[in-house]
Ligand binder design. Structure first.
Ligand code: SF4
Length: 331
């Protein structure tokens, strides 16, 4: 942990208790990382890896039947690190919006379809700041200009269905930005947008939040986005961070066989993928282990050894901000 970190997550677990099992299966396991001011951490992994769950777990935006436990979920609030695991709904109510904001995937469905986006945005401003209707309206127009909406006055009166996907994302960015949060939690914010619009939205998001001193946790399946926008990267596999590194270190020297696999399919699509470390039929092997032993990647790993099946790999620190959970991660 660095003294200036705004978010420190240590050994966080998320369980889904059920009628047959008081503890329930682990959806997130031993999650640990730190995030400094103005940094962007990319969470990568395939669908079902736990990226969205982690985004929502960090912001304690979870269904009430899920149980978040473990070491610590420290967030810098009013100059001090507070453990959000101990915060009740009232305390979280103070933190959401003004300190931790979300941009979740499928943004359009989160707007009321029968209210204009300007009206909805104004309501959010008035709920969080002591301002009049007129001031809230002016603030919305100001934010629309900042995120380069094509016609701020007209766009205020648009209904969500009248805006393109890129414009809806700009409205979501404007809403999050208007709160000046310390931390933005963004879950695949450009999913479904074409490449050009995707780049515009990400450029805007990263630069505006940087100017505001905000840090971002960004879930994405796109390693190109990680390379271009993030400072740090966490690779997730079946609810676990299997590798955490600075982006530079990660692209220079990935350690985990799953990271190497992701890099191969992302950047070598026209070449024959070397099946040195990984079998590529991961989808066919989407079976979670039913016992808490061994490495969760062993089913798909070409370099597994006997102990991989019986002994869960511990975190191996390979440099100041680089760890890998693999018995052979430092070979
Ligand atoms: S611990 Fe073993 S099975 Fe797991 S990724 Fe490393 S080598 Fe492969």
């Amino acid at each position: 942990m660095k003294s200036k970190d705004i978010l420190v997550v240590e050994d966080l677990n998320l369980y889904a208790p059920n009628a047959f099992d008081e503890k329930g299966p682990a959806l997130l396991r031993n999650i640990s990382f730190g995030l400094g001011p103005k940094e962007i951490l990319g969470l990568v992994g395939e669908t079902g890896a736990g990226k969205s769950l982690l985004i929502n777990a960090i912001g304690k935006n979870l269904d009430s039947n899920l149980r978040l436990t473990g070491g610590q979920l420290l967030f810098r609030h009013k100059g001090q690190l507070v453990n959000l695991l101990d915060a009740n709904d009232e305390q979280m109510g103070e933190i959401w919006g003004r300190n931790i904001s979300f941009i979740l995937s499928n943004t359009r469905s989160r707007f009321h379809p029968l209210m204009t986006v300007g009206e909805q945005f104004s309501n959010i401003i008035r709920a969080n700041f002591q301002v009049s209707n007129k001031e809230a309206h002016e603030r919305v127009i100001e934010m629309f200009k900042l995120v380069q909406m094509p016609d701020p006055q007209q766009n205020f009166n648009n209904y969500p269905h009248e805006l393109s996907g890129g414009m809806v994302q700009r409205v979501a960015i404007a809403i999050a930005l208007s709160m000046s949060p310390t931390l933005l939690l963004a879950d695949e914010p450009t999913m479904g947008l074409d490449v050009t619009v995707q780049r515009q939205v990400l450029d805007l998001m990263s630069s505006l939040f940087y100017d505001q001193n905000s840090s971002i946790v960004l879930a994405t399946r796109d390693l190109g986005i990680v390379a271009n926008y993030c400072k740090k990267v966490a690779v997730m596999f079946k609810g676990e961070i299997v590798e955490l590194a600075s982006v530079e270190d990660f692209f220079k020297r990935p350690r985990h066989p799953y990271s190497k696999y992701l890099l191969q399919i992302a950047f070598a699509s026209n070449q024959k993928i070397e099946e040195e470390d990984v079998e590529l039929d991961l989808a066919a092997k989407e079976t979670y282990r039913r016992y808490d032993r061994g490495c969760f990647f062993a089913d798909s790993c070409r370099i597994s050894q006997e102990r991989c099946w019986t002994e869960a790999p511990e975190r191996i620190e390979t440099s100041e901000y680089h760890y890998v959970k693999c018995h052979r991660g430092v070979e």
